[in-house]
Design a protein around this ligand. Sequence first.
Ligand code: SF4
Length: 213
Amino acid sequence: MGRTKHFLLEMFKILPVIFMLTVVIEAWIPKEVIVKKFGENSGFSGNTLSLVLSSISAGPIYAAFPIAKMLLKKGASVTNIVIILNSWAVIKVPMLANEAKFLGVEFMAVRWVLTVISIVIMGYFISLIIKKEDLPGLEALDQTKIHFEINEDYCIGCSICAKFAPQVFEMVDDKAKINYVPTNQSKIELVLSSVDKCPTKAIMFENYEVGSE
Ligand code: SF4
């Protein structure tokens, strides 16, 4: 009973901080940055960054799940998410310091090296089996069933959409125009993010599979 109470209290203390952190990352870190740093083409530097950031993180592993989901939605690869979750769970710096204290530096160092190698292999292996579209909330949209357009009467020419998704939107005479209709999932996601960010809701997006959004 005492342990359950302690666990619940810990959750109530940590989760609000994690949700706030998730919202801050969601709102302030552009999707392009996440795709570049943690996306499919981020390669060795993306793997290393995932490993380092989660190693210096704080908090229990369940705190990592909402952050992982948000990073996936913004373009991180499955490989890097696996690396983040595993590093968060088993090779955090404070944990390594304690391990060295009780079991010795040599033990800690060998375990760290073997664990890192295993984590990276696991990341690539899982990405072969699990695709992002298989995960709940990340299913691919059917490109033949979506439609979007700009209501010029609502557009105030703030150019947020053109800055956020320059491949899709352009500014002409202080009004946003659709420059290119995306056909791949990552660009469609940029349109969806632009719909969210448009201050006047001038970008209308319809998904005929589920009705208007
Ligand atoms: S974000 Fe909205 S209001 Fe701003 S330019 Fe784009 S469509 Fe117009």
